[in-house]
Design a protein around this ligand. Structure first.
Ligand code: ATP
Length: 270
């Protein structure tokens, strides 16, 4: 990482091509994240104020984190990452301090993207006893609101938050000027699964007898993370058979497939 006035800056290496499927979503993120950063003066010429926050929601393992990183890469923005659960578990005051210092570092290193994972842990509805009734949660949420509002003056900083529980997010965060855009990141359909399998076998020598299209058909309800795991497992099965083997064959994929079950159920996606 390079240093901008004492702040370690990292631009993620992941690109849009590393993410299978989600074509429309990628386009929306490009418009919302990449354009305002890359073409800042054009936006101000038009008098358009860029959005400050995007809330990505959807089941785990479907590339919310990866999308945020790809957006940062495309915009050549510094990437900062916060986890709601980590902030929540810190000693009194430390979570707020980390939140504030992250926004401060992001300002110094702008253009920046702050990725806020498990946002519902901190940004849960106030007064909701299951998540956020404690003063720790209330204080973190109010710090987050203050920092988000402070972004109105700052340029080139965008917060991308992720949650599996969008209904748990406090309404105050969804007001204009905070999280202006809510995007659903769905589990992959058949075509997307094929693309994901292609991504994760790109650097793998696979035999001609492997038909990724059939595997995509047989992996309903698998998330991107699980498909990545399937490819890895097929490689391991091949190596277990013979450490000197050079290619992964269909039967390796079938063995791997028989040992893996998706965590999502139909009820999760309907
Ligand atoms: P969580 O909610 O658990 O944090 P997430 O939605 O943020 O999950 P990621 O962490 O982005 O998911 O994805 C986990 C892994 O799965 C990544 O390493 C990524 O390579 C892989 N993956 C998920 N979706 C895709 C996809 N559409 N294309 C390629 N790889 C994917």
């Amino acid at each position: 990482p390079s240093l901008t006035r004492g702040v370690a800056v990292e631009i993620p290496k992941v690109s849009w091509e590393d993410i299978g499927g989600l074509k429309d979503l990628k386009k929306k993120l490009q418009q919302a994240v990449e354009w305002p950063i890359k073409h800042r003066s054009a936006f101000s010429r038009m008098g358009i104020s860029p959005i400050r926050g995007v809330l990505l929601h959807g089941p785990p393992g479907c590339s919310k984190t990866t999308l945020a990183k790809a957006a940062a890469n495309a915009a050549q923005a510094s990437f900062f990452s916060l986890s709601g659960a980590d902030l929540f578990s810190m000693y009194v005051g430390e979570g707020e301090a980390l939140l504030r210092s992250t926004f401060q570092r992001a300002r110094v290193a702008a253009p920046s993207i702050i990725f806020f994972d498990e946002a519902d842990v901190v940004a849960g509805k106030r007064g909701d006893s299951s998540s956020n009734s404690s003063t720790v949660g209330e204080r973190l949420l109010s710090t987050l609101l203050t920092e988000m509002d402070g972004l109105q003056q700052a340029e080139g900083i965008l917060v991308l938050a992720a949650t599996n529980r969008p209904h748990a997010i406090d309404a105050a965060l969804m007001r204009p000027g905070r999280f202006d855009l809510l995007l659903y990141v769905p589990p992959p359909d058949k075509e997307a699964r094929l693309e994901i399998l292609n991504v994760h076998t790109r650097n793998m020598s696979i035999d001609d007898d492997v038909d990724l299209r059939t595997i995509a058909e047989k992996t309903e309800l698998f998330t991107g993370a699980e498909l990545e795991g399937l490819c890895r497992e097929a490689g391991i099965v091949a190596l277990r058979e013979s450490i000197s083997t050079a290619v992964v064959c269909n039967h390796h994929f079938q063995t791997a497939l028989s040992s893996l079950k998706p965590a999502l159920t139909r009820a999760d996606i309907e």
